[in-house]
Ligand binder design. Structure first.
Ligand code: FAD
Ligand code: NAD
Length: 480
């Protein structure tokens, strides 16, 4: 560190991209500061950004609670368990969720302290010459400036608004609002049947809401493999989620007790009347006021900070990671970028594989994939073989009464290298990780086929699908 700099690295943002970058920088011997301004409704500062406070973790906490409730209502009887009386306590469910996020967030404070990372609770702005102006969250405190040899921008994203349904966080809410309803809305409209719409739609549907999802696109989950998307749509419809495709919301009006949402589909203008609306139409990068007007930081056409493969911006020694840069808006992608930048700053070998970022939708069944879909392989004219195995033929899935879904392995027709793995089924997110590792090691379907999988386990479906690539699945009829 040169004499006129306070830090080797100043990170702005303590979400999964920023806090992970800060920890790794510090582990590598770099004097590190992190500036973050997340605050809860009481104005208290909590680390962990969107992911921990109002994203990945609280949504999974509610998915888990609502799944228990759903099982109690629909599945326990099959196991011979009869419970005569039970009730739903939303306040307790929310308290549990909040407790989980608070525990994890204070865990990051502990990690920061253990790694000697200086935490600055406030809003940071990049100025010329790697200076960061900080406005402390404590409004009585003086503004001050930090200097860093290197700067990592990790300010994340925020929910997108649409003029047809402006968010008031009372009647028309974003995902943060839908993670803290105080009662189950009788009728809930969700604008956007993407990941948030499906996950939070599942939560409230399981808890008793009549959920209608209005999705502008004609195709359901277009980024997923068609096999997964069509099976998922079938399950969601069966569960009672009313998913209307090709439905573009045109306006909304808030009445005394209900909200009217108007939308246009292929045939005509239609409207629905509901008690709450969740707008889940995507997120935008959080770059407002992030850099001073005289700082020539380049943004791309989508408003994301323009970076190269290794997250370097156009300014020397200024990096950007996570949701504010291109690529999927996923916590693990941001964290990996944070580590890659820390290694770069420390002069180590940098590595990040943007082709193998796992994607998961935490519905019932879960949907998870890595690599290329069948439709992309066809479009790119890459010759491939495919092996599919149904969970209905997996002993563990049967024992769990969770035997819906299937698993597909795609491998190169000539080299057999695995090109994609697509799963809809129980604990798809966990099974997928074996495939990610196999693909990171450039493994073939044959490699998976020759590995021994524990019995009975859900992962045996991956083994069988890999065998099926070569028409030699054992517990299914090979039709190739
Ligand atoms: P963020 O987590 O948004 O953190 C940015 C931080 O920077 C915040 O603390 C913010 O307050 C702070 N900040 C912003 N501007 C400034 C400034 N000028 N000065 C100081 N601090 C600033 N992803 C998954 O991978 N899996 C999931 O299951 C998942 N579920 C999700 C569920 C929901 C409901 C939502 C909304 C998102 C979900 N995501 C999920 C996406 C995930 O939350 C984001 O991809 C991830 O949080 C991005 O990390 P980040 O560090 O880039 O930004
Ligand atoms: P998304 O991009 O997944 O889905 C938004 C959907 O809204 C799209 O299907 C889009 O076609 C539709 N849409 C857009 N404008 C519309 C309109 N006017 N009317 C009707 N439909 C419209 O975005 P999201 O669900 O808001 O999630 C935001 C981000 O958070 C995603 O990038 C996702 O990666 C991340 N996230 C991830 C997870 C996970 O990994 N499990 C969970 C939640 C959120």
């Amino acid at each position: 560190m040169s004499d006129n700099k306070n830090y080797d690295v100043v990170v702005i943002g303590a979400g999964p991209a920023g806090y992970v970058a800060a920890i790794r920088c510090s582990q590598l011997g770099l004097k590190t500061a992190c500036v973050d301004n997340w605050q809860d409704e009481d104005g208290k500062h909590h680390l962990g950004g969107t992911c921990l406070n109002v994203g990945c973790i609280p949504s999974k906490a509610l998915l888990d609670s609502s799944e228990h409730y759903y099982q109690l209502n629909n599945e326990f009887a099959e196991h011979g368990i009869k419970i005569n009386q039970f009730s739903l306590n939303i306040a307790q469910m929310m308290a549990r969720k909040n407790n989980i996020t608070r525990q994890l967030s204070s865990g990051i404070n502990t990690l920061f302290a253990a790694n000697n990372i200086d935490l600055h609770s406030g809003t940071g702005q990049l100025q010329e010459n790697n200076r960061i102006a900080v406005i402390p969250m404590d409004s009585s405190a003086q503004h001050y400036v930090l200097e860093g040899e290197n700067i990592i921008l990790a300010t994340g994203s925020q929910a997108m608004d649409i003029p047809a349904a402006p968010i008031d966080n009372k009647n028309i809410v974003d995902s943060t609002g839908a993670l803290s309803f105080t009662e189950v809305p009788k009728r809930l409209a969700i604008i956007g049947a993407g990941v948030i719409g499906l996950e939070l739609g599942s939560v409230w549907n399981r808890l008793g809401s009549k959920v209608i999802l209005l999705e502008a696109q004609e195709e359901f989950l277009p980024i997923a493999d068609r096999l997964l998307a069509s099976e998922a749509l079938r399950h969601f419809n069966k569960q009672g989620l009313d998913i209307r495709l090709g439905a573009r919301v045109t306006s909304s009006s808030i009445g005394k007790k209900q909200i009217t949402v108007s939308y246009q589909d292929k045939q005509k203008q239609k409207r629905i009347v509901v008690d709450r609306v969740l707008v889940a139409v995507g997120r935008t990068p959080h770059t407002k006021n992030l850099f001073a007007a005289n700082v020539n930081l380049l943004l791309d056409e989508g408003g994301f900070i323009d970076v190269d493969k290794y997250c370097r911006t156009n300014l020397p020694d200024v990096y950007a990671v996570g949701d504010i840069v291109r690529g999927p808006m996923l916590a693990h992608k941001g964290s990996e970028e944070g580590i890659c930048v820390a290694e770069t700053i420390a002069g180590n070998k940098k590595h990040i594989n943007m082709n193998l970022i796992p994607a998961v939708v935490y519905t019932l069944p879960e949907i998870a994939w890595v690599g290329k879909t069948e439709q992309v392989l066809l479009k790119e004219d890459i010759p491939f073989k495919s092996g599919i195995f149904p969970f209905a033929a997996n002993g563990r899935a049967k024992a769990m009464s969770a035997d819906s879904g299937q698993l597909k392995v795609l491998s190169h027709a000539k080299t057999d290298k695995i090109l994609g793995v697509h799963i809809i089924g129980p604990f798809a997110s966990e099974i997928l990780q074996t495939a990610v590792i196999a693909m990171e090691f450039e493994g073939s379907a044959e490699d998976l086929a020759r590995s021994i999988f524990a019995h009975p386990s859900l992962s045996e479906a991956l083994h069988e699908a890999a065998l099926a690539v070569d028409n030699r699945a054992i517990h299914a009829i090979n039709r190739g």
